[in-house]
Design a protein around this ligand. Structure first.
Ligand SMILES: N[C@@H](CCC(=O)N[C@@H](CS)C(=O)NCC(=O)O)C(=O)O
Length: 218
């Protein structure tokens, strides 16, 4: 098996895949997309001109899109933990994975993009837009997660791989209020999960990169 992951430790979507790799202890080479390794940046852009990461290289095959990467790993490198259950339960997991990417991570990315413009009005507008969207997502999740250990129930799945980094950065973007105790407890459980705890530690040196300002917690 020869797996290589192009990504960055501080990137939420890179972390989503790292969690899956760590959960099943799959050996891989990490190729950091950063200023110190321009050869990886060049190779990643050559392979994926749309310039999104992470990108998984499995031998000669390249796989894009984190949810597909994780399904690819399950199909081709199954480990002890099944991150996607059999159908029809798989549909629930895929839906929750989409929910975290589209309704939690996308607003965060929107706020981050606004801040990166360096224009105060754009920063404020993007942040307010994101906060309103996140508030809707938090309220929905608070009910959805009641009585559950993990996003889809008692088993840790693809949906939790998506949830961990998205809720991590969402809370930095728009604090999850104390009125959402179920969601706060779920985020804390994710942070305590060894696979995600490892990804958070590896990303710690890069916190200054968070354009909205990283809070002094987590
Ligand atoms: N839907 C994609 C999203 C990937 C994504 O947005 N990655 C971010 C890094 S966390 C990225 O490539 N940002 C660079 C850019 O948008 O220019 C996936 O699941 O892989």
């Amino acid at each position: 098996m020869s797996l290589a992951l192009y990504g960055h430790p501080f990137s939420s979507y890179t972390q989503k895949v790292l969690i899956a790799l760590y959960e099943n202890e799959l050996p891989f080479e990490f190729r950091c997309i950063g200023p110190d390794t321009p050869q990886h940046v060049a190779e990643w852009l050559r392979r994926w001109p749309l310039a999104k990461f992470p990108l998984l290289l499995d031998g000669e095959r390249q796989v894009l899109e984190t949810s597909i990467i994780i399904e690819h790993l399950q199909l081709n490198h199954p480990g002890q933990l099944r991150l996607l259950p059999e159908n029809p339960a798989a549909l629930d997991v895929r839906f929750l994975d989409r929910f975290f990417d589209l309704h939690v991570m996308s607003p965060v990315q929107h706020a981050v993009s606004g801040a990166l413009t360096g224009v105060p009005e754009k920063r404020k507008e993007a942040l307010e837009f994101a906060q309103a969207k996140l508030e809707l997502a938090y309220a929905w999740l608070e009910k959805q997660l009641a009585g559950r250990d993990w996003a889809n129930g008692k088993d840790f799945t693809l949906a939790d791989c998506a949830a961990a980094p998205s809720l991590f950065y969402a809370d930095w973007t728009h604090r999850i209020a104390e009125t959402y105790p179920v969601l706060r407890a779920y985020r804390a459980r994710l942070l305590a999960r060894p696979s995600f705890a490892r990804a958070v530690e590896e990303a710690r040196p890069y916190r200054a990169l968070f354009p909205l300002g990283a809070p002094d917690r987590d």
